[in-house]
Design a protein. Structure first.
Ligand SMILES: [Zn+2]
Length: 163
């Protein structure tokens, strides 16, 4: 299992509380931990069928970040994957990327896990550092329903145009 903090494959990793979140980290990253997580006492007698699916809270993205007469900009839906893919393309570890944009490694990990929505500032830094576009235009129709603009700028487009 890869370390959730630096993303490296690691042996002897363990769970730890980092920045209030339970994460599986490698021995290198355990130094970021606030407190070690105790092994859960009851785990053996849970039948496999009852494994609970953790449904992530579907957060409605805030629409009021970029307002411009019916045309808004919003984070692309798979922003966390875009960040991770772009980082790996540049062969950066989460620590290295965090260092470059002045964010902590745990912040990068949370962003890539989709647990943390980047601030406008962080988006700008990530876009600059990774050469990706994390925002897309949202068209607001007169009826008030919103649809995502077609033909948005994707990571795939970027890779094509880069060459
Ligand atoms: Zn690690």
């Amino acid at each position: 299992m890869p370390c959730e903090l630096c993303g490296r494959e690691c042996k002897g990793g363990r769970e730890a509380i980092i920045d209030g979140a339970k994460m599986f980290v490698c021995p290198d990253c355990i130094k970021y931990a606030e407190a070690p997580v105790q092994e859960e006492p009851v785990r053996t007698n849970r039948p496999p069928q009852t494994q609970r699916f953790i449904v992530k809270k579907t957060q409605k993205p805030e629409r009021d970040i970029y307002k411009d007469k019916g045309m808004e900009k919003d984070l692309v839906s798979n922003w966390n994957h875009l960040i991770e893919q772009a980082r790996k393309k540049k062969s950066l570890t989460r620590e290295e990327l965090g260092f470059k944009i002045g964010e902590r490694t745990v912040t990068i990990a949370k962003l890539e896990n989709g647990d943390l929505r980047p601030s406008d500032q962080t988006i700008a830094k990530l876009e600059k550092e990774l050469g990706i576009s994390l925002m897309e235009e949202i068209k607001t129709s007169p009826t008030g329903t919103q649809t995502r603009a077609q033909g948005g700028f994707t990571l795939g487009d970027f890779i094509k145009t880069e060459k």
